[in-house]
Design a protein around this ligand. Structure first.
Ligand SMILES: Cc1cc2nc3c(=O)[nH]c(=O)nc-3n(C[C@H](O)[C@H](O)[C@H](O)COP(=O)(O)O)c2cc1C
Length: 192
């Protein structure tokens, strides 16, 4: 099986890249092939344009976005790896979803939350979070984010099953890193 990992981080030496490396090592150990969509390194432009929105009028998308869609179509499973920024996904990752996962390709443009047009494929999200478990218990944000990503974003776009791992204390408590990297490895091994 072929696994596409999409990563959004500006610094190649960031912990988020270590998570990618362990995820792909786990997938490889299970016999899968890996491909990386490194949005920053590839210079993906996340800004949605008026031209992109012509998609809603059935105008074909620009070749750059069609190439991104082809990568998704060719994979059997998807992994998205990004840090939490302002209790959401970084603008780069959000822009990739805005522009690539378009009406008429990812979902039907009608009021049907289950109206995905793509074949179901597993999706794993590995999300480093700066906050500790104690902070999260007080704020209660990740449960809501889980719902948004599971129902409003990836579920809407046909991925199934969806496995979301929030990797807490990723910025300040380096002691958690080893456990998170093991989680990433296991997520790669068990993506199917
Ligand atoms: C712009 C920005 C916003 C952030 N916002 C949050 C946040 O809302 N909640 C949180 O827990 N951590 C937040 N963080 C911390 C990151 O999630 C943390 O640095 C990251 O998970 C660690 O992985 P990295 O070393 O690969 O960047 C933020 C970091 C940045 C740079």
């Amino acid at each position: 099986m072929h696994v596409l990992s999409v990563i959004s981080h500006p610094k190649p030496d960031a912990f988020t890249y270590a998570v990618l490396e362990r995820f792909q090592a786990g997938a490889a150990s299970a016999g899968h092939t890996n491909e990386t969509a490194d949005l920053y390194a590839e210079g993906f432009d996340p800004l949605m344009t008026a031209r992109d929105m012509e998609r809603f009028n059935d105008v074909a998308m620009i070749p750059e976005l069609q190439a991104e869609q082809a990568r998704v179509e060719q994979c059997d499973a998807l992994c998205m790896i990004f840090p939490i920024w302002w209790f959401g996904m970084p603008a780069m990752m959000k822009g990739w979803l805005d522009r690539v996962w378009s009406a008429g390709w990812a979902y039907a443009c009608k009021h049907d939350p289950k109206g995905s047009l793509l074949k179901p494929r597993p999706c794993t999200m590995l999300i480093p979070v700066g906050a500790s478990a104690e902070m999260e218990a007080e704020w209660g944000c990740l449960e809501r984010l889980d719902h948004i990503y599971r129902v409003g974003v990836m579920g809407y776009c046909g991925t199934d099953p969806i496995n979301i791992h929030f990797l807490l204390d990723a910025a300040f408590e380096k002691g958690q890193h080893a456990a998170h990297l093991e989680t990433a490895y296991e997520a790669g091994q068990t993506i199917f």
